[in-house]
Design a protein around this ligand. Structure first.
Ligand code: HEC
Length: 288
């Protein structure tokens, strides 16, 4: 039964595009139909709101199912849920209001339209953060904009100068953190912590997940995280899950070495004197 709910719930991310399109169309038609020359649109406006409201309700229902999957906890999830639910109810209210009290609606129609646009933007943005992590949108933004958006975010999210010499690069900030961000953060971020684990902040990462610490400094063999990225790909433990692109061998070796030297939060590679083969992997993993 659970599996079936999870199955339906995944359609949330597909169906959600319908209310976005229809409610935007409803807003546009509502505004246009009141302009001279566009009066012919008026009879269709109510139906557009209704279609938008129904598709929003279906999306919300699927969203509640989707959120029953383990790991959907945290403030990001509940904010997204509230915004989405409010949006669906706002759309129904507008549809009913236009039918029941058209005179009042006609006086203040821009207000509900703005409410719908705000709720839709908020819901979409909060939902996007759940899927991609909150730094996704600004990852390739120009430097100053990125620093601005990073704000109080983790040091991992702040822009780094491009690496030109591996010896000058930082083992965690330039090699390990980007690997986790690219391959793991879609499921292990601040808002969506699958297995209770976030891999986008050093402190949280070292605390571990539902089963406790996943990194044992100086002991890759005892580190669940290392086990997860080296076990056979068809094993249930293997990470990343769901056939997402795995870490490449150079990144795996870099992680192994980083754990073996005590998994520091920062450290200049040159000063940590990696052995030659590790150094080669670090060069590759660092994208040089
Ligand atoms: C597609 C989603 C997804 C991706 C991508 C993903 N994981 Fe996971 N991860 C999960 C889920 C779901 C769980 C909880 C179920 C389990 O423990 O297998 C989990 C659990 C874990 C755990 C155990 C946490 C605990 O305490 O139980 C570790 C360690 C882990 N992941 C590491 C990684 C690493 C490292 C990557 C990137 C290479 C990664 N994951 C990428 C979905 C994902």
């Amino acid at each position: 039964m659970n599996d079936f709910i999870f199955f339906l719930g995944r359609f949330h991310v597909l169906v959600l595009h319908l209310p976005i399109g229809m409610l935007l169309l409803a807003v546009l038609m509502e505004a246009m139909s009141r302009r001279p020359g566009f009066g012919a649109l008026a009879p269709a406006v109510s139906l557009t709101w209704l279609a938008g409201a129904i598709s929003a309700l279906v999306t919300v229902a699927l969203g509640y199912m989707h959120a029953t999957e383990p790991g959907f906890t945290g403030p990001g999830v509940s904010l997204h849920r509230w915004a989405g639910t409010a949006l669906a109810f706002a759309a129904i209210a507008i549809w009913a209001w236009r039918l029941e009290a058209p005179a009042i609606f006609s006086k203040i129609w821009p207000v509900p339209l703005v409410v719908v646009l705000i709720l839709m933007t908020a819901t979409g943005h909060l939902g996007g953060n759940l899927t991609h992590g909150s730094t996704y949108l600004t990852e390739f933004a120009p430097g100053p904009l990125r620093s601005l958006a990073a704000g109080e975010a983790a040091p991992e999210a702040a822009p780094r100068p491009p690496i030109t010499d591996i010896a000058k690069a930082d083992i965690y900030l330039d090699v390990i953190a980007p690997a986790f961000r690219d391959r793991c953060a879609s499921c292990h971020n601040d808002d969506k912590k699958r297995g209770g684990l976030s891999l986008v902040r050093y402190d949280e990462m070292m605390k571990g997940g539902e089963t406790g610490p996943v990194i044992v400094p100086k002991d890759p063999g005892k580190s669940d995280l290392y086990h997860r990225i080296t076990v056979a790909r068809n094993h249930v433990d293997f990470m990343p899950k769901n056939n997402k692109t795995p870490l490449d061998p150079a990144q795996v070796q870099a992680i192994r070495w980083w754990i073996s030297i005590g998994s520091p939060a920062s450290g200049e590679i040159g000063k940590l004197t990696p052995p030659a083969d590790v150094r080669e992997s670090l060069v590759k993993a660092g994208g040089l």
